[in-house]
Design a protein around this ligand. Structure first.
Ligand SMILES: [Zn+2]
Length: 215
């Protein structure tokens, strides 16, 4: 709270607005009206995110097998000299879509593992929404992928390791658990994380060594 300052000078109220109106200048009154309107709307438009503790769901017995499939996809990415990240989407125990990172090959920032798996999954089901679907991805989804998974209304997202520079679910944002959002998914992390991390570390180490050699 601002402490009271009884001796502080009162702000100059400025010229009376009715004088301005009489002079034919309606702009200040209109501006004030607009400002009042936007203030009324502000609480609805930008409710602040109250960051409670990040909550994760329990690991299920089937998660291990799901993540093994995602890791297979990540290895397929590595074989193409892509950053090794893979994803699969399961519905009622069936794989309905899988994919891996292909950003370099496709020369597209959209070619993330989760988006590719999601495109395949909606092609399989013929529906833009996948309620009940479980997503397995070796790395925490970025904002773009988490947004797409939210639009698809997936039920659960399981990842291996966090992505401190792009992660939109825990590291830098909470796209899939924000209480203000229309849809929320259950999150699980750390499934076969060591394997996901090792794939990434080996990839980036080999890139650094190659860069050193070419110096
Ligand atoms: Zn992504």
């Amino acid at each position: 709270m601002v402490p009271e300052q009884p001796n502080a000078p009162r702000p100059d109220p400025g010229p009376r607005s009715d004088n301005a109106a009489r002079a034919g200048d309606h702009a200040p009154a209109r501006e004030e009206e607009l400002r009042a309107g936007s203030l009324e709307q502000r609480p609805l438009e930008s409710r602040p995110l109250e960051l409670g503790p990040l909550e994760f769901g329990a690991v299920r017995p089937e998660d291990d097998a799901g993540m093994m499939l995602a890791l297979e996809q990540a290895r397929a990415a590595r074989a193409m000299d892509e950053v090794p990240i893979g994803a699969v989407i399961l519905l009622d125990g069936e794989v309905i879509g899988s994919g891996h990172n292909r950003v370099r090959t496709d020369r597209s920032p959209l070619a993330h593992a989760e988006l590719r798996a999601l495109s395949a999954a909606v092609a399989t089901t013929g529906d833009a929404r996948l309620p009940g679907a479980q997503v397995y991805t070796t790395v925490e989804p970025c904002f773009m992928c988490a947004g797409a998974l939210s639009h698809a209304r997936v039920a659960r997202v399981v990842w291996g390791v966090r992505d401190p520079k792009f992660g939109g679910c825990a590291s830098l944002g909470r796209v899939l658990t924000d209480p203000r959002a229309n849809h929320r998914a259950e999150l699980v992390e750390g499934v076969r994380a060591d394997e996901a991390r090792e794939l990434l570390q080996l990839f980036f180490r080999s890139k650094r060594e190659a860069a050193k050699r070419s110096d």
